[in-house]
Design a protein around this ligand. Structure first.
Ligand code: NAP
Length: 346
């Protein structure tokens, strides 16, 4: 079996570390491995398949002569903006986890279960973008519903996003603040990763404010959903940071066209048959997805499936997924797997 040389930019970060785990778990055919980060982490070791690798500093020339086939980028938008071109020029496919290229019309934005056919467009730029974490788990639930009822009219979503969505520092800040709480010094806690203290709080503000009153995170969900699904339905999002370490939850309301009569059993079946979706929906027995259900798994879970009390064409759902895996690392590795299959089938 052919092996592929892999670079991971952001190797010391939350997503980078998870990419190594997913590559190992999925027995990805890795040849050489090149872990990259900033000068801060260069020289540190990572372990992959029981072998140690030294993190190197990302520079303009680091890809030269390394024969990298696939470079996963997860070091922030400005890093991708500057360095992705050097990886592409060296002959690598870039799979980018940041928001930098997502809405570029020449760059495919891919959730393999939903629009894997778009991977074929990679040659235009040498880059495939990985969508926003909240968007990935939502479109995995919307796609089977879109197909079941021949379209969607509108989606309203409220997210409950974990602190690790802001990287390792976000998670550490919640832990530190809870320790400060138990030491009776919460008022002295440092507030850095989020707009306010996150311990014992929820913050309806993720990413930068936009002129229309939404945040950038909310507009990512609006714009990316329709790009991935090749659709143009209305989407409105309210994105909220909650004091959870890992896995994002979403309350999703889907409005279908006039005349549709939602059938909850048919919805359950369509969701249960969709790749990498798991239905957990038995309220009587206290069964519904929660962050602790999804953490460290590669599935998007859905429950609390119910028809609106007032309108027959409206459906309510609750979805949860591990946003570091499903929303980033696993999605990126699944794109790489499909890309390899596409190339090998030609
Ligand atoms: N966390 C999530 O749930 C999630 C989900 C989807 C997408 N993303 C996206 O993935 C990216 C990474 O997120 P994360 O959560 O992994 O962040 P993180 O835990 O803060 O890690 C950031 C990584 O980027 C590296 N880095 C920062 N500046 C660099 C530079 N100038 N040159 C080279 N490397 C640099 C860091 O290396 P050092 O150790 O050297 O600083 C570290 O490895 C972000 O764009 C984020 O939006 C994150």
């Amino acid at each position: 079996m052919k092996k592929y040389n892999i670079a991971v930019v952001g190797a010391s970060g939350a997503v980078g570390e998870e990419i190594f785990k997913v590559l190992e778990e999925m027995d990805f055919p890795v040849g050489n491995l090149l872990p990259l980060a900033s000068a801060r982490s260069a020289g540190e070791e990572i372990v992959f398949k029981n072998k140690e690798y030294t993190i190197e500093e990302l520079t303009d020339s680091v890809f030269e002569g390394r024969n990298i086939d696939i470079a996963f980028f997860s070091a922030g938008g400005s890093v991708s903006a500057h360095y992705a071109k050097f990886a592409v020029e060296s002959g690598a496919l870039v799979i980018d986890n940041t928001s930098h290229f997502r809405m570029d019309p020449n760059v495919p934005l891919v959730v393999p279960e939903v629009n894997s056919e778009d991977i074929a467009l990679w040659e235009d730029t040498g880059i495939i973008a990985n969508p926003n974490c909240s968007t990935i788990q939502m479109v995995q639930l919307l796609k089977p519903l879109y197909d079941l009822y021949d379209g969607i009219k509108r989606v309203d979503v409220s997210t409950y996003q974990a602190t690790s969505g802001a990287g390792k520092h976000g998670m550490e800040e919640l832990v530190q603040q809870m320790q400060d709480f138990f030491a009776f010094k919460l008022n002295e806690s440092e507030v850095k990763a989020f707009a306010h203290r996150i311990a014992l709080n929820v913050i309806p503000h993720i990413d930068t404010p936009q002129p229309n009153g939404y945040t950038k995170e909310e507009m990512k969900m609006v714009n990316e959903t329709n790009k991935i699904m090749h659709s143009d339905f209305a989407v409105s999002a309210t994105c909220v940071r909650v004091p959870v370490l890992r896995s994002h939850s979403e309350a999703i309301t889907v409005t279908f066209r006039e005349g549709v009569e939602v059938n909850v059993e048919a919805v359950r079946e369509a969701l249960a048959n969709f790749e990498n979706v798991r239905v957990v929906d038995d309220l009587e027995n206290k069964l519904y997805p929660m962050p602790m259900t999804a953490t460290d798994t590669d599935f998007t879970y859905v429950g609390r499936i119910r028809k609106d009390i007032f309108a027959p064409n409206i459906l309510h759902l609750w979805g949860v997924a591990d946003q570091v895996r499903v929303g980033a690392a696993t999605n990126a590795v699944r794109i790489a797997q499909k890309w390899i299959k596409m190339k090998e089938d030609i």
